[in-house]
Design a protein around this ligand. Sequence first.
Ligand code: SAM
Length: 259
Amino acid sequence: MRLLPLISSDTLKSKMKVSLRGLLLWLLYYRQRKTRRSSPLFSDLLYSSSSHHAYARAVLQLGKVKILSQSFAYLMNNRIQGDYAEFGVYKGETLLEAISAAKVFEQAGMRFCVFDSFQGLPSIRSEKDIGVFQKGEFAFSYEDFMANLRKERVDLERLDIYPGYYEESLSKLNDERSFSFVLVDCDLYASTVPVLKYLEGKLVQGAIVAFDDWFCYDSPNKGVRQAVSEWLIDYKTIELIEYENFHWAGKAFIVNYRS
Ligand SMILES: C[S@@+](CC[C@H](N)C(=O)[O-])C[C@H]1O[C@@H](n2cnc3c(N)ncnc32)[C@H](O)[C@@H]1O
């Protein structure tokens, strides 16, 4: 005997689809009720323990890339020429970004001068440096730094690398450089003082000087900000015109020679 189906097979299929969809929706609803939230917050994704560190690093690096590309566009459009200097180069990540930006923004003649101990931060000797950074932080060897550059096939001919602690290495340097972009990324008051002294007479009119650690510390009387205010009192030849803030701690200025 052939049983007549109560419903056609098409209707059966569509009914099954509907109930499967219903089951899925119910499961989703149940999950949401369990987590007591209708949709995840964006910050849940950003600050979850596994991604927080990567996120914080990405924000910092993005800030540096932004100030680099903006400054290089400024240099190109205003026809300002000179070399690049980075005080505190660590693994070379920002240097690599600068080399790429120089290609895009037509800084063909730019040389890249980098200055680092390749042993991390020196010991903390000034009270204007107490509280945030520690001796040896950011230690990365010269050999590993060079390996990073080679991996990215950097043209080493365009690079000048000055290993050593600034307190010693910069005072011995007797070079005649003209910088159009300077990144001061050495964290400490005591490190920034010799850097600024070295820069006297080496910045071209309209150059950009970006301080990566401007808003570190809880007071303008510490760290990089203190070093710059002291420098500007002594070195009256120039003024620094505010240009741009970048990431949570950085600030960039345009150099203007007083007439
Ligand atoms: C935060 S890291 C630089 C990060 C790098 N600019 C980047 O964006 O990837 C700070 C660097 O400054 C260097 N540094 C700080 N004080 C120094 C000093 N007095 N002499 C030489 N190097 C110093 C450290 O060795 C370290 O590599």
